[in-house]
Write a protein that binds this ligand. Sequence first.
Ligand SMILES: [Fe+2]
Length: 367
Amino acid sequence: MASPPASTVHWPRERAAALAARVVPALAVLIGALAVFAIVRSTGGLPNAFNNVSYLVIVIASLAYGARGGLAATALMAALLGPLGAATGMQVDSPPSFVIRVASMAAVGLLNGVLVERTRRWAERWKETARRVDERGRAGMLALARGAEAKDETTGDHLRRVQVTAEELALATGADRARAVDIGWAAMLHDVGKLHVPDALLRKAGPLTAAELRVVRDHTIQGERILGDCPGYEIARQVARWHHENVDGSGYPDGLRGAEIPLEARIVRVADAFDAMTNDRPYAPARAIEQALEELRRYRGRQFDPELVALLEALVEGGRLMRRLGESADRPSSPARTRRPLVTPARGGVEPVRPVRTRPRLVGAGR
Ligand SMILES: [Fe+2]
């Protein structure tokens, strides 16, 4: 996709917000200081109690800019209520009283600023600690997902590709960046429940019995259980449970249809199927992208959300998705794609339509 022309590039919101956070308090302090000066001067000078409003201006400055802000506001108020006030004929303090007043203002500004700075540092440390704990938790869960992926003999980078595709699809639906990232993360965990499926079933040649099929399909329920009830895994649990639901109600485990299936699960359904078809699988070679899109179009409204299929087509045609998938493949953590010998198909996973069939089978229906 071509870069937008310079005239359409918007001022980044983050930069605008950061600039506003720096400038707005300074304007408020300046306007407040001038207002206090005007009120004190119009009400008879420093003997009037209105001068104590100066402390409010100093506290605002120290909240916004720390100790330096508090001291700067003190200097501003001291100048307005001292030399400048006297120059305009306002009644001011005697020198000793003025020194005590300014010292009190400076102490308030300094102490409040120091407290604000310490509180911010502690808050930053807590945020950093929380981020690390979250990262460790996610890394552990991702290790489980990779373990499940290894059992299924899919290509090593399947999870990363599904993550990228799901994230881009989520953005295309209008989700904000943070939510799209969460959906992409949840997509990586969609098959974690396969840890509960015996390897012998995942790799069994030939058809599965009804009992075996139940075990394989149970990976959706098991995935939800593995993800537990911890906060932060809500989307992942939904995706794990419902990523094999079909919009026509023919999927599993609950036979949900249409909008009953959470959007996140519908997104992963499409992303997983697209990746399965466009990359080498143990049981089928990679298909051309246009062939994969054709398959998705064929089964839209049956297995796949038609709107999501259309969005995926637009993403592919725009070039952005394939570019990101290419970047993902270049990452050191992404094993190079290798073509594996044809072995048994993955049960319960997304399975592309094969060229020869005795009975039509839906894309990604699994078993
Ligand atoms: Fe699955």
